[in-house]
Design a protein around this ligand. Structure first.
Ligand SMILES: [Zn+2]
Length: 237
């Protein structure tokens, strides 16, 4: 295939630009699929679950405590009422009955107070757990936000570079003939499409070339595109 010398240089640069664009696309995918990001998102939803569980424990203990409080008040009211009746009764039999009821109410009161103290300790514990889970969730959320903005910056930067290269590409494409471009595109879809000879090797496939192959490539007329016998890439001299 024929291609003049300046266009051959454009073809070589086009191949480099396309490899770079391909690399940028890979980098963008890699940034989007960041494992750290996936891990932080998984952690965030785990922590949301933990937070709901911790909050439920606190709420349940709070309602148990409210119920225990009500029970205690009820007993205290009955104690006050019985004491009042005891102070005003003239019947020794009634007084005896009230005394015994008061003793049993006092026992009940003391049991309820113990239970309430226990509930209070459990509640304090549960509130500490809730605060700790909540702090961890907040920190994770901060880490997630920060990683997301960092990834966004990387992607924006890659896209800017990609846009510049795409603009370069358009200029380079215009310098290469239709025939060469068609062959180039088909090659570039599966391999490095353009190489040079460096250290007696093809830079597209890294294979060493024999002296006779190199000689025959050097002997071609200037505007004839050489082809690597190993990988079929265009060889630009
Ligand atoms: Zn090659």
């Amino acid at each position: 295939m024929k291609l003049d010398k300046p266009s051959q240089a454009a073809l070589l640069r086009l191949s480099e630009v396309d490899l770079e664009i391909g690399h940028i696309k890979q980098e963008i995918t890699k940034a989007i699929e960041s494992k750290d990001l996936v891990d932080l998102r998984t952690k965030q939803s785990e922590l949301a679950g933990e937070l709901i569980a911790a909050r439920t424990v606190v709420e349940n203990l709070q309602s148990s405590q409210a119920r225990a409080d009500d029970d205690l008040h009820l007993v205290e009211e009955r104690i006050a009422k019985d004491k009042d009746r005891l102070a005003h009764t003239s019947s020794p039999k009634d007084a005896q009955g009230l005394q015994s009821e008061l003793e049993s109410l006092q026992r009940r009161k003391s049991e309820l107070e113990d239970a309430e103290l226990e509930l209070l300790a459990e509640l304090e514990n549960a509130q500490a757990v809730l605060a700790e889970v909540s702090a961890r969730k907040e920190q994770n959320s901060k880490d997630l936000d920060s990683l997301q903005s960092q990834i966004q910056l990387t992607i924006d930067d890659l896209k800017t570079r990609g846009r510049k290269l795409t603009a370069d590409r358009e200029i380079l494409v215009a310098k290469v003939s239709e025939e060469v471009l068609t062959k180039y595109s088909s090659l570039a879809s599966r391999q490095v499409a353009v190489g040079q000879i460096e250290n007696r090797s093809c830079t597209a496939c890294r294979m060493g070339l024999t002296a006779s192959v190199i000689d025959s490539i050097q002997d071609l007329v200037e505007d004839e595109l050489a082809i690597c016998p190993e990988c079929q890439a265009f060889i630009v001299r």
